[in-house]
Ligand binder design. Structure first.
Ligand SMILES: Nc1ncnc2c1ncn2[C@@H]1O[C@H](COP(=O)(O)OP(=O)(O)OP(=O)(O)O)[C@@H](O)[C@H]1O
Ligand SMILES: [Mg+2]
Length: 272
């Protein structure tokens, strides 16, 4: 049933430019993501990860194909309608937190509601801040918080509208390993206990290992995936992904990058 999918991409292509200099950033992506799933997207630099995320999140328009979010077709949707949908039904978490420094933590969290013209739900904000462990920080400003705390605020802001899906682009890219684990555990928890749906781009196998499924992109195509089932139980008291699973993901990435370098070398030779 269509309503069971948080995200659907059908034959999504994205081309930048035209003619001989055209870049085919996405070459036909077909993908359906269930509600309450946690998906990581990995791939070499330039493989199309950010383009994929932007097309899936309605921030950019595909050249061809269709995107549905929470059962709603967004392909061809008018810009103002799409903006409204993004504010209420999609959450975003970025590497650079993207908080407004002049607003308090609470004001940052309710910002999507205000922008959508709704009354800020202060109780909802308090609940979600408690969930990310910042109940007592609501009146502080982002500049007074650590990086990990700032990213928690960004996650609270992404979750407060109970969106159909949360898109995260390298959410732990600016954090140290320990703080990164806390953020990844928080995203995992929002999936497991709140039924959130998360799609996360990362280059770090240790981060990707928290997801239910890792998708591997190469040259604009999904060429492989790895599931967490069969990865064995979580290690470290059941709180962290098993080392063996992290290693499997890292090995898959290495072979993918090696294969690509090989192809690139072959192409260069053919051209010479
Ligand atoms: N606005 C643009 N105009 C032209 N080409 C673009 C544009 N944005 C991306 N590209 C090209 O599309 C391809 C995919 O880019 P994308 O940013 O999606 O890769 P990525 O996997 O996110 O890479 P990275 O890991 O370096 O962030 C690349 O070849 C890139 O140069
Ligand atoms: Mg990118």
């Amino acid at each position: 049933m269509a309503g069971d999918w948080a995200v659907e991409l059908h034959g999504v292509r994205k081309r930048y430019g035209r003619g001989r200099t055209a870049v085919h950033a996405l070459r036909g992506i077909d993908l359906t993501l269930r509600r309450g799933s946690y998906t990581a997207v990995m791939g070499p630099s330039g493989s199309g990860k950010s383009t994929f995320l932007q097309c899936a999140a309605g921030l950019d328009r595909p050249t061809a194909g269709a995107v549905r979010l929470g059962g709603t077709e967004i392909t061809g949707m008018k810009e103002n309608k799409l903006t409204a949908l993004r504010r209420t039904r999609i959450g975003f978490v970025f590497q650079a937190f993207n908080l407004l420094p002049s607003l308090t933590v609470e004001q940052n969290v309710v910002l999507p509601m205000r922008l959508a013209g709704h009354r800020p739900d202060r109780r909802g904000a308090a609940e979600v801040l408690a969930r990310v462990g910042l109940a007592d920080q609501a009146r502080r400003r982002p500049g007074q918080l650590s990086g990990g705390q700032q990213q928690r605020v960004a996650i609270a802001r992404a979750l407060v509208t109970r969106p159909d899906v949360v898109f995260a682009d390298e959410p732990t890219g600016a954090l140290d390993t320990t703080t990164a684990s806390e953020i990844l555990a928080l995203l995992r928890q929002s999936v497991d206990t709140q039924g959130a749906t998360v799609v996360m781009v990362t280059h770090d196998p240790a981060a990707a290992a928290w997801a239910d499924r890792v998708l591997f992109l190469a040259d604009g195509e999904i060429i492989d995936h790895l599931d967490r089932d069969g990865a064995g139980p979580y290690s470290r008291g059941g709180t962290h992904p098993a080392r063996t699973h992290v290693d499997r993901i890292a090995a898959r990435m290495t072979s993918l990058t090696a294969a690509r370098t090989h192809t690139g070398a072959a192409r260069t030779e053919a051209a010479a």
